[in-house]
Design a protein around this ligand. Structure first.
Ligand code: GEK
Length: 240
């Protein structure tokens, strides 16, 4: 089901309405274009979600799409596991409203407008947190992972995608410039790129690849695997 919104022009010259960054109506309208042009490997991550849903979803259990935005990960779960019962959660009212409008005939996804820190997760076999915990503070990240681990059934899996940084500052700088070039190649001007970076300052907080693995292991996950590595973005799979 390919539904594309408007082109992202939020950070074009003279338009400062994107400061500071929030997932408001304006961002919702351009979200698909924005994430696809800013996150290298985003579409591949969706394909991997479908593959892993097929492998890990257990009949009559729940699947969660945490920080669902416009439901792309939920649709990928359904592509892999057609019988999945999905609970898709986001604290952006504009995103959830748009999902309800688009998918009102799809009974297998329940869209919930809620802060994920308040959500009760249970009886899950497959959980997706695709590019979301970067917006939470460190304490919340641990608490969400812990809650996810406890909600998972034996054999269940968590797919977690995140933007990361590197320990070595030269490596970090090199990847930073390559990511800048990637966004230029997607048609963003230097001004738009730096405008978005400024608006995300202090809102999107990255960690090291190893930090994510150690956190997952500390809450109890049995296996950790990097299933996608693209510039400064990673997709991890953790199983119980
Ligand atoms: C995708 N997963 O297309 N509670 C609930 N939602 C939250 C919270 C929170 N505390 N904090 C942020 N969000 C999607 C893409 S986007 C990624 C996810 C990005 C939500 C926020 O409202 C937004 O919709 C989403 O997390 C992040 O596969 O924009 O880089």
């Amino acid at each position: 089901m390919a539904i594309m919104g408007k082109q992202d022009k939020i950070f074009e010259e003279g338009n400062l309405s994107g400061l500071p960054f929030t997932f408001n109506q304006e961002v919702t309208e351009v979200f698909e274009d924005m994430i696809d042009r800013s996150v290298p490997g985003y579409k591949t991550s969706l394909g991997l979600i479908a593959l892993n849903a097929k492998k890990h979803y257990q009949p009559n259990s729940n699947s969660y799409d945490i920080g669902c935005s416009l439901g792309a990960s939920s649709l990928s779960i359904l592509r892999g596991a057609i019988d999945a019962q999905i609970i898709a959660i986001d604290n952006s009212k504009a995103m959830i409203k748009e999902c309800e409008k688009r998918y009102n005939k799809l009974n297998s996804i329940e869209f919930v407008h809620e802060d994920i820190m308040d959500s009760e997760l249970k009886e899950a076999s497959f959980v997706v947190i695709n590019y979301v915990i970067q917006f939470l503070n460190l304490e919340q990240r641990t608490s969400l992972l812990n809650k996810t681990y406890k909600a998972l059934l034996p054999g269940g899996a968590l797919i977690l995608s995140e933007k990361i940084h590197h320990k070595n500052k030269f490596e970090s700088k090199r990847i930073f410039y390559t990511h800048h070039k990637f966004k230029s190649s997607q048609g963003y001007s230097d001004l738009e790129i730096s405008g978005k970076r400024d608006s995300l300052e202090g809102i999107l907080l990255t960690e090291l690849e190893q930090d994510h693995i150690e956190r997952a292991q500390a809450v109890g996950f049995k296996t950790s695997e990097i299933i996608l590595s693209n510039l400064n973005f990673r997709t991890f799979k953790f199983t119980k």
